[in-house]
Design a protein around this ligand. Structure first.
Ligand code: ARG
Ligand code: ZN
Length: 855
């Protein structure tokens, strides 16, 4: 069993050494790779006698200290470290070791994606390449030389700028890259392959020319143009919004098919999951395009928030991730629709982060301990982290926030810092001392989603809001203190006119706010724009009124959602359907607003959001009630929905402008609602859409609709889809997802059979996520009462853990709602997880997740 020890925030110690420079020489062959690593190292702490480097699964060949070859009494290699004894104050250490990237299925360190050599070093992959002080506060200047067969690997890429290249004997060639910016090892990258490329250029604000390249498999070049456009949009945005320019001669992006996460911001050489690069209208959905735009921007923005200023240790991960997510969210909102972007971001937060925060895996955005840091690339660190930055932005205001960011960049450029340093910059610009940063900091150390209980009253022209914060305890039952947050509220008159909007600052467990000089009791619009990541509980709700009159696009949406949530819950007790709800829904159907936004207003709550409100979760009544609500709506508004569909269905339109995207979103929402009728008419509409539409957006919606109704056409469409796209793995991910998410009977058997499909490959993370990962979110069948869903996923965890621990622990987290479930489901899960955790040589990643769930 590997080392399951817990790493703690409080145990941070500065390193006793620094690496002044690191020169790496990679000799790539088909069967192995030889790495020669030459470091110039200085002792910072005279007490240090020996140097202990991080090293994982490395085969050591030779070691030289100041050019003298060491015999093996002078050093020692263990499972996770490599120590050289008795080192002088300043020395050069040269280590030669051997790697087998073709066998590296963990996809960490140097590995092969198809025939492409590539790397993933964040957080701790570099130690799988060569022994090193593999921690983010060790920043060094890297020179990289790659030697490989020229025909097989004509493209050889490294960080920084290309320094030299030349041909060698035996058909090999050699390229050297130099990165002048000191960086931690997690930002190191190389790529070698026979790649296609599209190139462009960007002139920075200070008139420097930057070469831009996007590399991909040959033949896929035409699918890179949207990514290139997004990159240039991001470069301009960061200049205009934050005054940040790019700082090298070249910016390279490489798309690979086998990648554990979305993408990686390696300095000057981003490596991407091809899902976030390759797209054309025929093969990518509108949502895929949006994903590309935001991830390309995210990685680009890391160049300043992450690379130039990095994290001191991995407990500070949210310093770069929360901030960079906030930046990419603002970018997407500026380029598209502010209101839709905000709602999508909040939806994502609630679907993923709120669930995590209510589970045994809950942790603060700055965790205080971990077993495997890979498990902490979570929606809490990323998305809640972004909400915390957004609150600072709201509290300080746009221009003060920018001032603070300027100060942050100026003060900490080139350093590895902490969230405390970031908050220092924020507090420095708060000249009027309006924000209590000491209390605000609790967001970094406390976990769980606070609930705000709201009561209001009106008397003699005075409107009083009584607020009570319910702060959840930590997972280990330790009591936590009240949070400090901005709460944007609006008061609306009964005529629907806005009376006032105010930003309250909430800081106490219980407090009241009064509004004077009012004629009558106003309607309350609370947490406008979702100004704080909390749950609001109100005694009495005015959903119908707010859906009609609120000018805040978020609260309008929120009211529609909450109304639908409560209506569904009432249906669970099989009461009559609330007529007022149907009225309000009908009102929204007629609204003249931006179409994508309207599509969101008409979206019914997800199973996950319904589940989160249950004390003891049983999925059957939840999805039965949801299905019934859908049917009632479709029956009541059939003609209206059909009208909307006909008006906006433009099968030959492939454009990506706001109106075209909005039309597709809205008419597909109508089609989905109508599909609950399971009528001949709907089958015909969907099948026609499947056949005649030119966009992948329309095609997958139609396919998904057909999949969920039993019909002859459903089978035809699915077969057609397979034949059409079987050579394109990115599209096949959609195929597997549709099967795995199906609500029809027999899903598990089809998922099991799909694993034998020649397209499926359990070593490719995207495919595993599309099939097994999506199945584990299929509430109906994953939580099947006979335990078959749990047994299948548990088996997969054991199987995949041996291949790729990160993938396995990702799957394991599907069980995190364990403690919320009814006793029958709990018993079934417990049995499976106990079996997984007793598996021989389970990875620490999976062990950490499962042990927390079972605790
Ligand atoms: N820093 C990357 C990002 O842009 C994520 C890399 C995470 N990698 C991992 N193996 N956990 O968000
Ligand atoms: Zn990131």
């Amino acid at each position: 069993m590997s080392d399951m020890s817990v790493i703690c925030l409080k145990d941070y110690k500065k390193c006793g050494f620094e690496v002044e420079s690191c020169e790496l020489y990679f000799e790539l062959f088909e069967e192995f790779v030889i790495v020669t690593n030459t470091m110039e190292i200085n002792k910072l702490d005279a007490q240090e006698k020996h140097i202990k480097l991080d090293s994982q699964e490395l085969e050591l060949l030779e070691v030289y200290l100041n050019d003298l070859k060491l015999n093996d009494t002078r050093y020692d290699i263990q499972e996770e470290s490599f120590t050289v004894y008795n080192v002088p104050n300043s020395f050069s250490l040269k280590i030669k070791n051997k790697l087998y990237p073709q066998n590296n299925t963990e996809l960490e360190g140097l590995y092969k994606s198809g025939s492409i050599f590539c790397t993933q070093n964040e957080p701790e992959g570099f130690r799988r390449i060569t022994p090193y002080l593999d921690r983010p506060d060790i920043m060094s200047v890297f020179t990289t030389t790659i030697v490989a067969d020229k025909e097989r690997y004509p493209v050889l890429l490294g960080n920084g700028n290309k320094q030299s290249s030349h041909d060698l004997a035996d058909g090999r060639h050699e390229v050297t890259w130099f990165d002048p910016h000191p960086k931690p090892s997690y930002l190191f990258a190389i790529v070698a392959g026979d790649l296609g490329v599209i190139s462009d250029e960007f002139i920075t604000a200070s008139q420097t020319k930057v070469e831009l390249n996007i590399y991909c498999d040959k033949g896929a070049e035409s699918k890179c143009f949207f990514a290139m456009k997004s990159l240039k949009d991001a470069m301009i945005w960061d200049e205009q919004k934050y005054g940040r320019e790019y700082d090298l001669d070249v910016y390279n992006i490489v798309a690979v098919d086998s990648f554990n996460m979305g993408a990686m911001e390696n300095k000057g050489l981003n490596i991407f999951n091809s899902h976030y690069v390759l797209a054309d209208e025929d093969k990518a959905t509108d949502a895929d395009f949006m994903g590309i735009q935001s991830v390309i921007a995210h990685e680009y923005f890391h160049n300043w928030t992450g690379n130039r200023i990095t994290c001191c240790d991995w407990f500070e991960l949210t310093l770069k991730e929360g901030l960079t997510v906030f930046r990419d969210q603002c970018f997407s909102a500026d380029l598209n629709s502010q209101e839709v972007q905000r709602i999508e971001d909040v939806k994502g937060l609630r679907e993923r982060q709120f669930v995590e925060d209510a589970s045994p895996m809950a942790h603060p955005i700055q965790p205080d301990s971990y077993i495997s840091i890979n498990n902490f690339y979570t929606s809490t660190v990323y998305e809640k982290g972004a909400e915390v930055i957004r609150m600072l932005h709201t509290l300080l205001g746009e221009s003060r926030f920018r001032e603070a960011m300027d100060l942050y960049f100026k003060t900490f450029d080139g350093r590895a810092v902490r969230t405390g340093d970031f908050l220092w910059a924020m507090s420095e610009v708060d000249k009027e001392k309006r924000v209590d940063f000491t209390q605000f900091k609790r967001w970094y150390h406390q976990s769980g989603t606070p609930i705000l209980e709201v009561k209001d009253s009106f008397c003699d022209g005075v409107y009083t809001l009584d607020l009570k914060q319910v702060v959840p305890n930590k997972v280990d039952e330790i009591k936590q203190e009240p949070f400090y947050f901005p709460l944007k509220v609006g008061l609306i008159g009964s005529d629907g006119k806005e009376i006032k909007e105010e930003m309250l600052v909430v800081s106490k467990e219980e407090e009241s706010f009064v509004f004077e000089g009012l004629e009558a009791k106003p309607y309350l619009s609370i947490n406008r724009g979702f100004s704080a990541p909390i749950i609001i509980k109100q005694e009495k709700n005015e959903y119908a009124f707010l859906m009609k009159h609120d000018k805040d696009s978020f609260v309008k949406y929120e009211s529609a959602q909450s109304f639908a949530l409560e209506t569904t819950e009432k249906l669970m007790e099989s009461a009559e359907l609330d007529a007022e709800f149907l009225n309000s829904f009908g009102y929204v159907l007629d609204l003249d607003v931006e179409l994508s936004y309207k599509a969101l207003l008409l979206e019914l709550p997800s199973i996950s959001s319904l589940m989160q409100r249950q004390k003891v979760v049983d999925f059957t009544p939840i999805y039965k009630a949801k299905e019934r609500l859908e049917r009632e709506i479709a029956t009541e508004f059939k003609e209206k929905l059909l009208d909307i569909y006909r008006l906006h269905h433009k099968p030959k339109n492939k454009e990506l402008d706001t109106v075209s995207v909005g039309e597709r979103a809205l008419k597909n929402r109508a089609l989905r609602l109508l599909s609950s009728l399971e009528s001949r008419e709907v089958i015909d509409l969907a099948y026609k859409q499947y056949q005649e539409s030119l966009t992948m957006t329309d095609r997958v919606v139609a396919l998904d609709v057909l999949e969920n109704i039993t019909s002859h056409e459903g089978g035809l469409a699915l077969d057609d889809f397979y034949e059409r796209y079987k050579d394109d793995t990115l599209v096949m991910n959609k195929y597997f997802s549709i099967i795995a998410a199906s609500q029809r009977e027999g899903v598990l058997l089809r998922v099991i059979a799909s694993q034998d499909d020649e397209v499926y490959d359990k070593r490719v993370p995207n495919l595993v996520r599309s099939l097994v990962g999506v199945f584990a979110k299929n509430y109906k069948y994953f939580h099947a009462a006979d335990g078959s869903g749990y047994a299948f996923v548990a088996d997969k965890i054991i199987e995949i853990d041996k291949i790729n621990a990160q993938m396995a622990s990702g799957l394991a987290s599907a069980f995190k709602i364990y403690n919320r479930l009814n006793q029958n489901n709990k018993n079934l899960i417990k049995k499976e997880l106990e079996c997984v955790i007793s598996t021989h040589s389970l990875s620490k990643n999976t062990y950490e997740i499962i042990s927390k769930i079972l605790k």
